[in-house]
Design a protein around this ligand. Structure first.
Ligand code: GLC
Length: 419
């Protein structure tokens, strides 16, 4: 079969199973990204080798000095569960090229160098122990392999590098049982799926892991898109997951960036934009060299976890796009069928006006505790009354009001439009 026909057949086959494979993921909405590698020891971003122009030989010595404590992934997994996250994605190899697993294809790996253990195996164990789905991040770009750069200009080097890359991916997909997500990153310096032989690589992956979800960074669209650094919803009908750092600066451990760590309200804002638009949030932590969770992440993640425990109905599961899609000054909505959830971010006291509804409201209640809220509806206005004076939510100051309509709510603000 010619390549384009093979690709069409492959895409049709993956599309046919996509909804079934992705069901858990679209319900989950929220996962933990973990960037952990040699760079953690320098504490100034995972690109440090490149940004600070460290001579490669000097950087390589970090492979021997890295001595993580036993099984820190259990701490990450425990935190992820407390945070209300449903899955994790860990860097098995970042751009630096160091393999965190027991690879037979390079000795630049965690078993043969400093750690002296298979960190990927420990990570997988932790996911299973804590009931989290398990994802592998894998950087196609490789700054350590001798062919990692020259593969772009030298066909023999490309051949060797592709064999190496496919071999590493095969190891990851063969040696750790069921893996739920393969999260490729940065497909440089090669420019096309043909050069990476992505179709063959991903076909192999799917043969070994028929249930797996694959992201869109191997020049094939695959199962979901990965907006990075900003929560920008993808087009309708396509799975998407926004990946975000914890501090807008660094994925890898960087203690000095703790001052910019997201608070619970900022995290909930991101999570809202994702969930209300049928997407996921993959929020990153960069553990310390010994594997400890960065302290600045613990309090905000735990607060959001407590909030989710009480308000998860508005976030997880079959949240649908669409009306009422826009935020108001006081909050924003998510929706499941006829039910809208108003996430009140700025509490107004006993009375709250919500404009724009063209559908009959049947009941309103506080999501937490279920207490009914009185209301009147006239024209496009809903006026909720008898609400508590002070914002009831103590975790993040975001109180959810559940509103059941006669049918899926139609919503439009006033007549003045600037678009
Ligand atoms: C970028 C960065 C990388 C990070 C990734 C996460 O591609 O190069 O450091 O791992 O984004 O999405």
């Amino acid at each position: 079969m010619a390549n384009s026909k093979k690709l069409t057949a492959y895409e049709a086959a993956t599309a046919a199973t996509r909804a079934r494979r992705m069901a858990w993921w679209t319900d989950a909405r929220y996962g933990m990204f973990v960037h952990w590698g040699l760079y953690a020891q320098l504490g100034r971003n995972e690109w440090v080798l490149n940004i600070d122009c460290i001579p490669p030989r000097e950087y390589e010595t970090l492979a021997d000095t890295w001595k993580p404590k036993p099984r820190p992934m259990r701490e990450w997994a425990k935190l992820a569960v407390a945070a209300g996250m449903k899955y994790m994605v860990m860097t098995t190899k970042h751009h630096e090229g160091f393999c965190l697993w027991d690879s037979q294809l390079t000795d630049y790996n965690a078993v043969q160098r400093g750690p002296g253990r298979d960190l990927v195996a420990e990570y997988v164990d932790a996911c299973r122990e804590f009931g989290l789905k398990c994802g592998f991040y894998y950087s196609l770009m490789d700054w350590h392999h001798p062919d990692g750069i020259r593969c772009a200009t030298d066909e023999k080097a490309r051949r060797r590098f592709i064999d190496y890359t496919h071999g590493l991916v095969r190891e990851l997909m063969s040696n750790y049982g069921k893996i739920d997500i393969l999260w490729y990153d940065v497909a440089a310096p090669l420019k096309t799926a043909e050069q990476w032989e992505s179709l063959a690589m991903n076909s192999m992956v799917r043969k070994l892991q028929p249930h797996i979800l694959i992201d869109n960074r191997s020049y094939l669209e695959e199962d979901f898109s990965t907006p990075e650094g900003s929560v920008s919803p993808a087009g309708n009908g396509r799975g998407w997951e926004a990946c975000m750092t914890f501090n807008d600066v660094s994925w890898g451990y960087m203690p000095s960036a703790a001052c910019d760590a997201h608070g619970p309200r900022a995290i909930l804002k991101m999570l809202h934009t994702c969930s209300a638009n049928e997407g996921n949030l993959l929020l990153n932590i960069g553990p310390a060299p010994d594997g400890s969770v960065p302290t600045d992440a613990v309090a905000p993640l735990t607060a959001v976890g407590k909030w989710l425990k009480a308000n998860g109905e508005a976030v997880y599961g079959k949240v649908q796009r669409g009306a009422p899609g826009m935020a108001t000054a006081t909050g924003c909505f998510s929706r499941k069928g006829k039910t809208a959830y108003f996430w009140c971010r700025h509490w107004m006291g006993p009375e709250l006006v919500l404009g724009g509804f063209k559908t009959k409201l049947k009941t309103a209640s506080l999501l937490v505790g279920g207490k009914n809220v009185r209301f009147t509806q006239k024209g496009r206005q809903i006026i909720l009354t008898g609400l508590p004076k002070a914002c009831p939510d103590k975790h993040a100051g975001v109180t959810v009001i559940k509103m059941e309509f006669a049918s899926a709510p139609k919503h439009e603000f006033g007549q003045f439009k600037i678009w």
